[in-house]
Design a protein around this ligand. Sequence first.
Ligand code: HEM
Length: 554
Amino acid sequence: MSLSVIVGSRQKLSAVVGLAVRPCRLEGHFGRGLALTTGPGLVAWTRAVPSLVQAYSTAAVGSTSHHEDHSETKPFSALPGPPSVPVLGFFLHMWRKGLLGKEKIKKNHIMFDDFFHQYGPIFRLKIVNVDMVNIKDPVAVQELFRKEGKYPARIDIKPWRRYREISGKATGVFLSNGKEWQKNRSIMARPMLRPKHVSTYVSNLDTVSADMIERLRVLQARADGIEVPDLGEELFKWALESICSVLFNERMGYLQDNISQDAQDFIKGIHNVFLTTNSLMFPDADLHRFLRTKPWKQSMEAWDTVFRVGEKVMDRQLQEALEREESEEGEDDQPNFLAFVNSTGRLSKDEIYSNTIELMGAAIDTTSNTLLWTLYELSRRPELQDRLYQEVTRVIGQDKVMTWDHLKDLHLLKAIIKETLRMYPVAPNISRILEEDTVLMGYKLPAKTCVAAQVYSMGRDPQQFPDPDEFKPERWLRTGEQHDEINPYSSLPFGFGPRSCIGRRVAEVELQLLLSKMSQQFVLSQVEPEEISSVAQPLLMPETPLHLKFVDRK
Ligand code: HEM
């Protein structure tokens, strides 16, 4: 594909480069980043936060099969939920039950699961000034998405939005809403979701994965020859290098030993944005801002760093794209996301920055944690690893380079990833703000209510998945006994509908490539067999580090 096709016109690119070289106006705060994950993870968390309340009751939970029969519709106030009192709301209940400790908050996905057992498949929590209704029934979830309207909206991630407001940055596809979101989404969707575009990223991503395999070997040899130290951090760098190769068509060098100060700052910045988010959601981000709390300052500094480094990289990319175009080489056959987005002429420089940074933020912890969980489950199943090895060898043969066509035939691998995301959805819940009054599971919910589909609880529901705590990829195979019985709304790790994860295809390709290569090269096992539990902060991640042995597959 030529650069001119991607870019559209030299004038447009020049225009942006012109913009790009203007002095950046602020070192402000905000950002976006974590997109997805964030979105959802936070939501989960938010639910854990109390406030005032009122209604709770032991009212029977509505059945899922007759949502449209409004004759017996119950009022919002009849929704079951944990008891709450005026002003303190659910807070008092949480405090009495010892649910307010840091350790408990980290496990809010388990707490919500407990609430479902206690109150049934729909319950209400009032969170500060937002009412949260939680559901896990796939029929109700389908209904929620059916009614999400033209501009679906998730719960707001206030600290991230505040950074943008304070710093004067634009909001990108993750944080924007309404028509602004639709514009961002329509531009980003093409290079992110269309198979024609995604297939052009495979070659770069394959090279990143090959380099990652080499890095694993080097790190292991340098350590004790058995374990790869700090595996989580290494996979984080792999995910960052991968998404940068997609967005900038350039290798950033994050898989090398001596990474630049900017790269180190960027990694730390993204980490800190996520680490502070839970704290800032409780009791309210504006209170943290007013009191200038430590997490508030850390979060603002983290966003400053992410934008400072991200904008620098993008300025350079745009300048280089212009120079390439003007050079004798003339055309560039490589895909270039940034140039493509610019070629639409519909986004300002600031909007391009924010959208790209949001994609980066949303791409890293999500993909790397999903990979960690997959490796954890594989390392406990040597027989499954053998079957995966056989599938990969049958499809790819001796080829070292994997292609888009290869990936289509890796059915067991895809089932393994799906099963991982069923058990460990990095975004443990997905929310929608109701556009209008809506009847859900027999209750009348007013417009603007926030409804959260508890994806974690859905995946662990024995009514949907027999033996829900067992890792059984076979259930996703066409030949699997349960395949036809799985409700498509019962596992939604990437969300659903027009607001669903825009990076889904890229994430899947990244995971498939690295897992295929790993299966060809190594047999994995835990250094010390141990169960690893999950924490939601706000993404669902392993509570303790994963210690893996990588043994060469002979
Ligand atoms: C395994 C990896 C990933 C998982 C499980 C995941 C999951 C999710 C989920 C659950 C949402 C919210 C969907 C909804 O509200 O319906 C989301 C949104 C989003 N994700 Fe991902 N994600 C992953 C990787 C990525 C990657 C690699 C990128 C970037 C290339 C990305 C970019 C985004 C963006 C920008 C949004 C917001 C979309 C919008 O609001 O229109 N994600 N993701």
